[in-house]
Design a binder for this molecule. Structure first.
Ligand code: GDP
Ligand code: MN
Length: 393
């Protein structure tokens, strides 16, 4: 039975009064968005959504990052839309954006060949060289940017995402207060063809450095249902690239990194950066299409105790066609006779997890439930039955 301080519950449920919390001290924190000039309208949509639901009360700075200089139009539109300071950073150093320094001309040629091949094989986004640069950037170099040096916390945002509920407390302050390092909303399963050798590389690293097995690591390596003699002998023998030496493999579940609220000190610290450098040296960001979400997740699961990870289940959030929608009502339950159209908000029905959520929390509280449950604190994960699992899809 976990003690109370180990339980990962929402910091607050339902609505707070941001007018009072806004007088409280701020953390050294920024909202951060990597974005192209061509994505101005989508980026604006995100900024408007997060201003409306959060930053109009808290006025945190927004740092925009780009591998090209920002257009005048981008700068003036964002200056007019962000209620805190808007900052614009052009990543000029070749170390931050592009192929790693250890790659020589012929390595880069190999990498370009590999990228072309991945594109022809139809692996999602893998035929785009810039996508590989983006994933490598967000996996490592992002954290050591001089532009982020003065911040302790970042909240990652992306063009074309929606926030559905009001966030009426300061998540940075709560993360600090509760000793959290990493916060997520949606958890998904990774496309295996983007990372055939990733888990094995990380598992090797874990062994080389004698890193003890955490609860989170145990929760994401999968086949506990495979009996022990088979796990440690048969599995590595038949699936050598997908297992560690004890026969455990990665469930492919990962935190979706387009939303993150996290402590920069962890990611720019020696332990994480050493792991990143090791992975970068293998070339897997180019010879395969390792995503930053998978890298962050495996690192968090390997290096952090479970009580330092927080699931923001009270945030309504959408990226692409996946979303999380907390219920405004207690337990997400509606009366049998009710049906609540998407977008509707009934003030008299407060008392649920979310605050003024403009989405239908009775239908989807999280998607998909399998990975979310696996990656929530192992000691607090709801044990869900098969029927519930099927229904939640
Ligand atoms: P997805 O979320 O995996 O579909 O990938 P996105 O296309 O949304 O890219 C993730 C983030 O990186 C978004 O914030 C993009 O704006 C940004 N991004 C991706 N590629 C580039 C690039 O080449 N240049 C810049 N400046 N931003 C990029
Ligand atoms: Mn995206």
């Amino acid at each position: 039975q976990p003690s109370d301080h180990e339980l990962d519950t929402p910091f607050y449920t339902s609505c707070q009064e941001p007018a009072t919390t806004s007088h409280q001290p701020r953390e050294k924190a920024a909202l951060v968005m990597l974005v192209r000039n061509s994505e101005l309208l989508k980026a604006l949509k995100t900024v408007q959504s997060i201003e409306k639901h959060f930053n109009q009360w808290f006025h945190y700075p927004v740092v925009f990052l780009n591998d090209e200089p920002f257009s005048q139009e981008f700068v003036s539109v964002m200056n007019a839309s962000v209620s805190g300071e808007a900052r614009f950073e052009h990543l000029v150093s070749r170390k931050e954006w592009g192929y790693p320094e250890w790659m020589d001309v012929s390595d880069v040629k190999d990498a370009k060949e590999a990228i072309k091949q991945q594109g022809e094989d139809g692996i999602l986004y893998a035929g785009m060289e810039t996508y590989h640069h983006m994933c490598r950037f967000y996996s490592g170099k992002f954290y050591t940017l001089p532009a982020l040096r003065d911040y302790k916390w970042y909240w990652r945002i992306e063009p074309d995402v929606d926030f559905y509920c009001s966030i009426t407390y300061d998540p940075f302050v709560e993360m600090a207060k509760h000793d959290k390092v990493y916060g997520f909303t949606i958890a998904l399963s990774e496309e295996p063809r983007t990372c055939p050798s990733l888990f094995r590389k990380v598992a090797d690293y874990k062994e080389q450095h004698n890193i003890p097995t955490t609860e989170l690591w145990k929760a994401t390596v999968s086949p506990s249902w495979v009996p022990w003699p088979l796990r440690s002998f048969v599995m590595p023998w038949f699936f050598p690239s997908h297992c560690d030496r004890s026969g455990d493999g990665w469930s492919l579940c990962h935190y979706w990194s387009n939303f993150e609220i996290a402590n920069l000190d962890f990611f720019r610290g020696r332990e994480y950066q050493r792991l990143f450098e090791y992975l970068d040296k293998t070339g897997g960001f180019y010879y395969e299409r390792w995503g930053d979400a998978a890298i962050h997740s495996l690192a968090v699961q390997m290096l952090l105790p479970s009580h330092k990870v927080h699931h923001f289940e009270d945030f309504g959030y959408r990226h692409d066609w996946f979303y999380q929608c907390p219920a405004n009502t207690p337990n997400g339950q509606l009366l049998e006779s009710e049906s609540l159209p998407v977008g509707s908000y009934y003030p008299e029905r407060e008392g649920g997890i979310g605050c003024r959520c403009e989405c239908d929390g009775s239908r989807t509280r999280n998607y998909p439930a399998y990975c979310t449950n696996k990656l929530k604190q192992p000691n607090t994960a709801r044990r869900i039955g098969t029927l519930e699992l099927i229904r939640s899809w």
